[in-house]
Design a protein around this ligand. Structure first.
Ligand SMILES: O=C(O)C(=O)C[C@@H](O)[C@H](O)CO
Ligand SMILES: [Mg+2]
Length: 383
């Protein structure tokens, strides 16, 4: 079998799908994207396709290594996202060619179902009580929200008190009947992370995500030393070679690589295995579309230390497009009571992409951009 063509489709709300065709008629789908830089990743996909077109799609490992090492320069968000989408499509093709779901090709399932969580609260966390109630009614009991709004390097007591009050209100309303993670989203400086974590300790959030920016990873062990709250990070780390330093230094209890940013299924299953060796949990980041989510779930089903899966149904970013819009066999991504995903039964990634809708919506796909926030003094604020 040979790969004959790679086509990319930028689609609302902010995703990109990749269609990989072969000379035997088997088609694979991937989701290479950096939210807000879709066109850049698209260019990288088509540059990397020079290594892929005409090749045997069954040789995933060699194609992966060729894309990663072949261009001398390597790593980073753009190229690792481009590799990720191509990798996902290769696994989709392999599964379809062999008539097996991808998790079977990776050694089979370690679990019968996978726990997922959903977002509440939006960019500026608000109305979280009402949104938790609404999601509870649909069977979810595990949530994530932004921990704060903009935060100065040395933030105000009001900003700290607002963050703590929101969490106190949640615990007041729901006690321990729900779990929730707090995403600091890179908005919090190292000094302020120490302040916030101390104030949040009594409310026991399930985890604190990106307690500081990935480029401040040396603070993870120092922050971990002052709190019992598990720290999570990984959405802005792009390969085993970045995660190894974090795992060696310690401090992170949950790694959250994104299957569409960190080299795809091939790389993220390896990252999960590395994390397991350090007794660190695996909880893939996935605020994206159905192909990314399916890829995550295959990695979850074969990774013993997979604990929680992010999924973006109903997330505040999904304007103009939702996860199941682009899936014909929607039941494949149906979440049972408690937000559990069940194993795929169809071969490959296990979802049937609605290609007609993808093509239609790609025709007028706006270029999504994240907001550019500024502090009161006019300086750029981390979003
Ligand atoms: O889902 C998460 O954990 C996030 O931090 C959301 C962020 O990744 C945006 O998708 C960036 O565009
Ligand atoms: Mg996050």
């Amino acid at each position: 079998m040979k790969i004959t063509r790679i086509t990319t489709y930028r689609v609302p709300p902010r995703w990109m799908f990749l269609k990989m065709e072969t000379d035997e008629g088997i088609v694979g789908w991937g989701e290479p994207v950096i939210e807000g830089r879709a066109r850049t990743v698209e260019a990288a996909v088509h540059e990397l396709s020079e290594y892929v077109i005409g090749k045997d799609p069954s040789r995933i490992n060699d194609l992966w290594q060729t894309m990663y090492r072949g261009g001398f320069y390597r790593g980073g968000a753009v190229f690792m996202s481009a590799i990720a989408g191509i990798d996902q499509a290769l696994w989709d093709i392999k599964g379809k060619a062999l008539g097996a779901p991808v998790f079977e090709l990776l050694g089979g399932r370690v679990r019968d179902r996978m726990k997922t969580y959903c977002w509440v609260g939006g960019d500026r966390p608000a109305d979280v009580i009402a949104q938790i109630r609404e999601r509870l009614a649909h069977g979810f009991d595990t949530f994530k929200m932004n921990g704060c709004e903009e935060m100065g390097m040395i933030g105000s007591s009001k900003a700290v008190d607002d963050a703590v009050a929101r969490v106190a209100e949640i615990r007041e309303a729901f006690g321990n009947t729900i779990e929730f993670g707090l995403d600091f989203h890179g908005r919090v400086s190292a000094p302020m992370a120490k302040v916030l974590v101390k104030e949040l300790e009594p409310f026991r959030p399930l985890f604190i995500e990106e307690p500081v920016l990935a480029e401040q990873a040396e603070y993870y062990p120092r922050i971990a030393a002052q709190t019992s709250i598990p720290l999570a990070a990984g959405e802005r780390m792009y390969s085993r070679f970045e995660f190894k330093h974090v795992l060696e230094r310690g401090g992170i209890a949950i790694v959250q690589p994104d299957l569409s940013h960190a080299g795809g299924i091939t790389e993220c299953v390896r990252i999960a295995a590395m994390a397991e060796a350090y007794d660190v949990a695996f909880a893939p980041h996935c605020p994206l579309g159905p192909i990314a989510l399916a890829s995550c779930l295959h990695a979850d089903f074969v990774s013993w230390n997979a604990t929680l899966q992010e999924q973006s149904m109903g997330i505040h970013y999904n304007r103009g497009g939702e996860v199941l819009d682009y899936v014909l066999n929607k039941e494949a991504l149906a979440l049972d009571d408690g937000g559990y995903a069940k194993p795929f039964t169809a071969p490959g990634l296990g979802i049937e992409v609605n290609e007609e809708l993808v093509i239609e919506r790609s025709r007028a796909a706006a270029d999504w951009r994240n907001p550019l926030w500024r502090h009161p003094d006019g300086s750029v604020a981390e979003w």
